[in-house]
Design a protein around this ligand. Structure first.
Ligand code: SAH
Length: 325
């Protein structure tokens, strides 16, 4: 039994069944707090870990928005769930070369990942929650952050819970599942409130669906493969599809302007990732094969290009980021 599994058994025995939301929150808090899960030897690989081109495209889009907004000196780079800090360092390289000198603010709860981020971004300022970001114009990105936030599962009028049966964990009911994510909705609202008051842009990239729809999407990944959701709590990555319609509606309601949702591959191509790939290959001909493979993974319809989607939220006086409207 994993340490968290033992703790969950004790909790359920003492308090009764816990919601899927409480289960997912407990699992991911433990999981991220105790490891760096990214990369070939970890559990999963994210877009910024595939190629520097991903962060460079995002940095280019943020720098372009900042310039078109008149280069406000008090704007900050901000990121939610920055992982190893790879996206931030690739994006900031491009932004610094465009003249952006603002501070770096990272929302990260995991002490283990904060330590990794400190190596790459020694001058960053860390926060526990989106609510703690300073009231300043934001140049913000969140890649694979919302998918890690807890979801609730509803079966009819009941909320689905996790119980202990025969010494193991089980769901208390099955049936047609509808998922909601109050944590994601609250984060979208907090971002939008800041964007509405102070301006800025927030680019959200994640896997998920453009329209809210019923169905179970909670999944567990370990060692680059799928695993049963209730197995080995705290030792595998639990995620759910992001409901972009819900994020957009919450952000709009809180006063931000919301762009349409487009597939990651299409957005990166609109931003010029193919030209960037050609330039990298020309500069390092021996790496041309790797660059092409990374481009295919980031943009290919069978790879990340279609399942992953992009949406932006921005202040009413700020332009929509390049490639989004
Ligand atoms: N954006 C990175 C990492 C994605 S993994 C990349 O693309 O490589 C998810 C990240 O979100 C990790 O850094 C994790 O520690 C962080 N995270 C998960 N839940 C969080 C929460 N509730 N609050 C803040 N950060 C969280």
């Amino acid at each position: 039994m994993t340490p968290l599994e033992r703790a969950l058994h004790e909790r359920i025995t003492a308090e009764g069944p816990i919601t899927v939301e409480a289960f997912m929150a407990a699992c991911n808090d433990y999981y991220y707090a105790t490891r760096d899960p990214l990369g070939a030897r970890g559990d999963f690989t994210t877009a910024p870990e595939i190629s520097q081109m991903f962060g460079e495209m995002i940095g280019g889009a943020l720098a372009d928005s900042w310039r078109r907004a008149g280069c406000p000196a008090d704007a900050i780079y901000a990121e939610l769930g920055p992982g190893r800090g790879t996206l931030a360092s690739d994006a900031l390289r491009v932004m610094r070369s465009s003249g952006f000198k603002g501070e770096i603010h990272l929302v990260e709860t995991s002490p283990a990942l904060r330590a990794v981020q400190k190596q790459t971004l020694p001058h960053a300022i860390w926060h526990e929650s989106v609510d703690d970001l300073p009231a300043r114009p934001l140049l913000l990105v969140a890649n694979e952050f919302f998918d890690a936030l807890p979801i609730r599962q509803h079966v009819g009028a009941a909320e689905r819970r996790v119980v202990v049966v025969g010494g193991g964990l089980a769901f208390d009911r099955d049936g047609e599942i509808v998922e909601t994510s109050p944590a994601s909705e609250a984060a979208a609202r907090a971002l939008a409130t800041c964007l509405a008051a102070k301006g800025g842009v927030a680019i959200i990239v994640d896997y998920g669906h453009e329209r809210s729809a019923p169905g179970e999407t909670l999944q567990s990944v370990r060692g680059h493969g799928f695993a049963p959701v209730l197995a080995d709590p705290g030792e595998q990555d639990l995620t759910a599809h992001v409901d972009f319609q819900m994020i957009g509606a919450a952000a709009r309601d809180a006063g931000a302007v919301v762009t349409g949702v487009i597939p990651q591959g299409e957005w990166l191509i609109r931003l010029g990732i193919e030209a960037r790939a050609q330039a990298l290959s020309r500069a390092n001909p021996e790496r041309a094969g790797d660059v092409q493979a990374a481009l295919d993974r980031l943009t290919g319809r069978e790879a990340m290009g279609l399942l992953f989607k992009v949406i932006a939220l921005h202040g009413p006086d700020w332009p929509a980021p390049a490639g989004l409207q």
